[in-house]
Design a protein around this ligand. Structure first.
Ligand code: BJW
Ligand code: ZN
Length: 253
């Protein structure tokens, strides 16, 4: 569906032009225009009866490993089959003009495939499975279903025969220490005049949802890019109400 061109306030263009550093905090909406479903927008298909936030727990995996693994295997194949969008590409280009740090909640690799280096994957990666028992990274074969399937046995750990789990961060699990450190350091390095782009996140999940406010306290200009209101809209200096790919292509291009 064609989208009307979103109006970008001059203040947003000016802020980006004046910034030395740009910190990008991205969420699922960043990849929506690539065809990757967000978490909290309507779900379709096999898992439509399930709240994705209920599948994204260790308890769900332990209760029914093949059911949860099938969901992740399907998402791995889905992400592998789509391309970075114009927003990912625009951010990669911005890195040639400003000091850009990307800290993402996304478990896909679309920033990287557009040419960005990602400082932090706060919620891990779809592509770094590991043993659920002994934590050994799993680098063997992973069968990716071409169609959604209801059950798929997870691979078995060669070290201990435990079930292999996706390398993502589930609710109640701690975030990768390094990702948190790098993100907090990037926030603390912000100075007045620097810009934070908060792109495509509902702002519901902590600790990631707390970084925009921390950045504002450092004096940075906080700009949200999201077609809908989010939990962080109210604390942003500027809001651009449009889809990420279209808006980023317009403001960086
Ligand atoms: C577009 C668009 C377009 C659409 N362009 N935009 C403090 C207070 C309260 C609770 C807690 C707290 N601290 C910790 C908690 C508990 C919990 C939490 O936050 N709960 C809240 C829900 C209340 N947090 C945790 O458990 C975290 N761990 C932790 O804190 O450890 C310490 C600890 C341990 C034990 C006890 C207590 C503390 C871990 C969180 C892990 C989140 N994991 C998931 C799943 C990853 C695996 C997977 O991929 O399956 O991460 S949940 C899911 O939500 C996923 C996402 O990264 C995350 C955020 O979602 P996101 O990106 O914002 O997507 P959506 O779908 O919510 O929103 C999409 C947005 O895009 C919308 O706004 C759209 O409008 C927009 N959009 N199209 C731009 N084209
Ligand atoms: Zn193991």
């Amino acid at each position: 569906t064609p989208t009307a061109t979103t109006a970008v306030p001059d203040a947003v263009i000016d802020a980006l032009q004046g910034a030395r550093r740009v910190l990008v905090l991205s969420g699922a909406g960043m990849s929506a225009e690539s065809g990757v479903p967000t978490f909290r927008d309507a779900q379709t298909g096999l898992w439509e009866a399930f709240d994705p936030t209920q599948l994204a727990t260790l308890e769900a995996f332990q209760m029914d490993p093949p059911f949860v693994w099938a969901w992740y295997a399907w998402r791995m194949q889905l992400v592998g089959a789509v391309d970075p969008n114009a927003g990912h590409v625009a951010l990669a280009a911005l890195a040639g003009l400003r000091e850009v740090t990307i800290s993402t909640q996304n478990v896909d690799d679309l920033h990287e495939r557009a040419g960005s280096s990602v400082a932090a994957h706060l919620h891990g990666s779809l592509f770094e499975p590991r043993c659920s028992e002994c934590d050994t990274p799993y680098d063997g074969e992973v069968e990716l279903p071409q169609e959604p399937v209801e059950r798929l046995d997870p691979p078995t750990c060669p070290q201990c025969e435990g079930d292999v789990r996706p390398g993502v961060v589930w609710f109640g699990e701690t975030l990768p220490e390094q990702a948190v450190e790098v993100t907090e350091a990037a926030v603390e390095a912000l100075e007045p005049g620097d810009v934070v782009l908060v792109i495509g996140t509902s702002g519901l999940v902590y600790p990631a949802a707390g970084y925009p406010a921390m950045a504002r306290a450092e004096g940075a200009t906080v700009i949200e890019i999201n077609p809908h209101e989010s939990e962080i809209s109210d604390m942003c200096h500027h809001v651009v109400r449009g889809p990420a790919a279209e808006v980023l292509a317009a403001i960086v291009g």
